[in-house]
Design a protein around this ligand. Structure first.
Ligand code: ADP
Ligand code: MG
Length: 272
C-alpha cells in the first residue's frame, strides 16, 4: 500500500525501513517516510502507536533495530544525540524534567551548542566569555519570545508543566536547528499560551525551519501543519493533508478501531 502519495522531492530527513522493539513489543515496524525542507509535518496516532519512539530513534535517544535514517543525505542512525543536534536536528520531550539547582535562563544557556568546552570556560578565555555573552543574549531573546522572561531567574524545576514545555522549546531553539521535532508541545499548556506557540512556530517556519510535531489538538494541526503522517501500532498508515484526515479510512480505523486508546474521536477530526 502506498502510504506516502506525495513523497517530497528533496528529502531533508529520510527514514527507511525502521524497526524498533522493546522485548517482544514491536513498537515500530517497517517505518518509511521523508520530510522535505520547509514542511510542517504533524505526526499523529493513538497513544502507544510509537510517535515518541520515532522521535527518540531519529534524535539518537534510542537505537534502531533495523533500517536507517539519513539527514541531508548522511546516515545519522548511529550518532549520539549531541552529534545529531550538531548536524541540525533538535527536539523537545513529551514530559520535560528540569534541574532543581539551575535557573530558567541557566538551563536555556546550557543548551547553547557553541560552548567553548570545559577548559575554555574554566580559564575564562576571551572566546569562552564571548560565547557565554552570546548564549545569554540568545537565551534572553528566546525566553522573551516564549513568554518566560518573568520567570527567568526561578529554579527551572519550579515552572508549571506548560512552562516547562515552553522552556523545552527554548532549549531546542538555542541549538539553532534546521529541523525541529516537538513532542506534544501544547499538552498541558494554558490555552492562552497555545496561541503564542502557534505564532512562534509559524514564524520559525517562515524563516526556513522545518518542523515535525507530535500533536493531538486538531485545531493546532489544521492551523500549523502542511502534511500529516499517521502511525497506528508502529506502522505508518497515512500521509495526507490535514483536511483529508477525517475522510481517511485508515486514520479513522487507527483512532476508533484499534486496540490502542482512542484519543481523537471522528467528530473531532471532522470539526477541526
Ligand atoms: P506514543 O508516543 O505514540 O504514545 P510511545 O512511542 O511512547 O508511543 O510508546 C510506544 C510503545 O513503546 C508503548 O507500548 C510503550 O510502552 C513502549 N515503550 C516506549 N519506550 C519504551 C522503553 N524505553 N522501554 C520499553 N517500552 C517502551
Ligand atoms: Mg508520546
Amino acid at each position: 500500500m502506498n502510504t506516502n502519495p506525495q513523497p517530497p522531492k528533496q528529502a531533508l530527513l529520510q527514514v527507511t525501513s525502521v524497526a524498533k522493539a522493546f522485548g517482544g513489543n514491536k513498537v515500530l515496524q517497517d517505518v518509511n517516510f521523508d520530510i522535505a525542507p520547509g514542511e510542517v509535518v504533524g505526526l499523529l496516532g493513538p497513544n502507544g502507536s510509537g510517535k515518541s519512539t520515532l522521535l527518540n530513534t531519529t534524535t539518537g535517544f534510542e537505537a534502531v533495530d533495523q533500517g536507517h535514517i539519513a539527514y541531508n543525505g548522511q546516515r545519522i542512525d548511529k550518532l549520539a544525540p549531541h552529534r545529531i543536534v550538531q548536524a541540525g536536528i533538535a527536539r523537545t520531550f513529551q514530559l520535560p524534567s528540569m534541574p532543581t539547582k539551575m535557573s530558567v535562563i541557566e538551563v536555556a544557556m546550557a543548551a547553547a551548542t557553541r560552548a567553548h568546552g570545559f577548559w575554555g570556560t574554566l580559564l575564562g578565555s576571551p572566546a569562552a566569555r564571548q560565547a557565554e555573552a552570546a548564549a545569554r543574549e540568545k537565551a534572553t531573546e528566546l525566553l522573551h519570545q516564549l513568554l518566560l522572561s518573568h520567570v527567568r531567574d526561578l529554579p527551572a524545576s519550579a515552572l508549571s508543566g506548560g512552562q516547562k514545555k515552553l522552556l523545552g522549546i527554548v532549549c531546542a531553539l538555542m541549538a539553532e536547528p534546521q529541523l525541529l521535532m516537538l513532542d506534544e508541545p501544547t499538552a498541558g499548556v494554558h490555552p492562552n499560551l497555545r496561541r503564542d506557540i502557534v505564532s512562534a512556530l509559524q514564524k520559525l517556519n517562515t524563516q526556513g525551519m522545518t518542523l515535525v510535531i507530535v500533536e493531538h489538538d486538531m485545531h493546532f494541526i489544521r492551523e500549523v501543519c502542511t502534511r500529516c503522517v499517521v502511525l497506528d501500532r508502529g506502522h505508518i498508515v497515512a500521509s495526507c493533508a490535514p483536511s483529508e484526515l477525517a475522510s481517511n479510512e485508515r486514520v479513522l480505523q487507527a483512532y476508533l478501531g484499534g486496540s490502542a486508546t482512542a484519543h481523537t474521536p471522528k467528530a473531532e477530526l471532522e470539526t477541526a
